[in-house]
Design a protein around this ligand. Structure first.
Ligand code: GTP
Ligand code: MG
Length: 453
């Protein structure tokens, strides 16, 4: 989507490809009503209908009836896109949908919509801001109840209103500092410097709290990556199988069984956990196993948590522990002793004791996992939580600018510096909600949507 062409009327199928009870075609733009009226046989013309009404009728080509349909009418500005729009409910066969779309394309000045173009119009026409538009995509792509709730909150404007509020505080401050610049010659201070710094600090702290929420927000949206790591034969694959309740990975008494990294997702209390079973790490000359170990290392680098496994009779290799932490220095590592059904002979300073064979200790481990993923977060559903890396980057930029502005006040630099930093901070916040967002970024955001959304 290079240049925005709001004047075009666009069409797309809004339901997934394939067969279903019904499909929905969306049509939006100034010619939407005329376009549908050219092929729709109903009691009255759609053009003359009231907004938010539904009309039964038939779609017909000159020679044949294509389908009987329901047409919903939305008049601007009270539609999803803010434009005149219709939604056609038809029988859920892609052949019918394609016929209707071709018919409209042939008979009217309508073009196929690009991915996300309906939502982009909703944004450009001021129906929703950019963070809300992004939440639409998140809502559709959510795979757990928790991430769904996060997206819902963002779509409802929880984050946006927080950003708007912070931005307003900044604009209020800037109005003083900009005014001071106007009277620079007279050297007037309209706002006391101690007071000014305190106010900037308050805003910066609030932004800081949003930045911190991203650790939690990322887990909400993307899930939590747990890598099962350890020496060969400690029972990594057995644990994966236990967690997913199926024989997903091959288990054998022969060390070096797992080669490929195996990924499985499970939802625990509505949170998405992604488990990676990896090849046991050891020095080997066997070519395939070597590659397996390399893949283990890659998985470990991307882990949020390493589940470091030890055998009840052997414990944990200090050497391997060091290697794991070298690969991912910021990761949380928990020591889990497996095979306790064989009897515990000594203490290895482990965090958890389990048996993949009998299930002993597994409940406690899974409970522990939830705590480890979320304990540090003191965020509740009602808090604005940042789940999007783009927002996160804008917030970091804003905070940096605020810290710079404080520095220039403390160093008694010319007011220009502080005013300019406050402006940068304000612009960075505005970028989150799409008020000063470069077109390239906008295109990038909407191109990731599905067609018809
Ligand atoms: N007694 C007992 N045996 C277990 C337990 N977990 C795994 N085993 C056995 O230990 C052996 C190795 O199990 P795997 O799950 O294949 O071990 P792994 O860590 O995936 O091994 P590699 O893929 O070779 O690195 C198998 O014979 C399992 O049946 C357990 O909790 N108790
Ligand atoms: Mg294995």
């Amino acid at each position: 989507m290079n240049t925005v062409r709001l004047e075009d009327t666009i069409i797309a199928i809004a339901t997934p490809p394939g067969i279903g009870a019904i499909s929905v075609i969306r049509l939006s733009g100034s010619d939407a009503f005329e376009a549908i009226d050219r092929i729709f046989l109903g009691k009255s013309k759609i053009k003359n209908s009231k907004s938010h009404t539904i009309h039964y009728g038939k779609i017909s080509d000159a020679s044949e009836i294509i389908d009987d349909v329901l047409v919903s009418v939305f008049k601007e500005p009270n539609s999803y896109t803010g434009e005149d729009s219709v939604e056609i409910n038809l029988h859920g066969n892609p052949l019918i949908a394609n016929k209707i779309i071709s018919l409209i394309l042939n008979k009217s000045k309508v073009r196929l919509a690009e991915p996300g173009e309906f939502t982009q119009r909703a944004f450009l026409n001021g129906r929703i801001d950019l963070a809300q538009a992004e939440a639409v995509a998140d809502l559709i792509n959510s795979r757990t109840s928790v991430s769904l709730r996060g997206a819902r909150n963002q779509l409802d404007g929880l984050l946006s209103s927080k950003i708007v509020d912070l931005r307003k505080k900044l604009v209020d401050l800037s109005s003083f500092t900009e005014l001071e610049l106007d009277f620079a010659e007279e050297d007037i201070q309209l706002i006391d410097r101690v007071d000014l710094i305190a106010k900037i600090n308050d805003i910066s702290d609030e932004i800081g709290r949003l930045i911190e929420s991203y650790t939690f927000g990322k887990v909400i949206k993307e899930g939590f990556n747990v890598v099962l790591a350890g020496e060969p034969n400690v029972g990594k694959s057995s644990i994966l199988n236990y967690l997913v309740r199926e024989s997903r990975a091959i288990v054998s008494h022969i060390p070096g069984t797992t080669r490929d990294t195996i990924r499985e997702e499970i939802s625990i209390d509505g949170f998405l956990f992604r488990f990676y079973d990896t090849a046991g790490i050891r020095n080997t000359d066997e070519e395939i196993e070597k590659e397996g170990v390399e893949r283990s290392r890659q998985a470990i680098k991307n882990a949020d948590l390493i589940m470091f496994l030890g055998d009840v009779n052997v414990g944990f290799s200090k050497d391997l522990e060091i290697q794991l932490l070298e690969l991912n220095p910021s990761v949380r590592l928990v020591k889990v002793l497996n095979k306790i059904d064989l009897g515990i002979k000594r203490d290895f300073n482990e965090d958890f004791k389990i048996s993949a064979l009998s299930g002993m200790g597994m409940m406690e481990f899974v409970d522990g996992l939830k705590t480890m993923a979320f304990s540090e977060s003191t965020y509740t559903e009602k808090d604005a939580i940042v789940t999007n890396i783009r927002h996160m980057n804008c917030l970091v930029k804003a905070k940096e600018a605020l810290l710079n502005s404080i520095k220039s006040v403390e160093n008694d630099l010319s007011g220009e510096f502080m005013a300019s930093d406050l402006r940068i901070a304000e612009m960075s916040l505005a970028e989150i909600i799409g008020e000063v967002t470069p077109e390239e970024i906008l295109n990038n955001i909407f191109s990731k949507f599905c067609i018809g959304k």
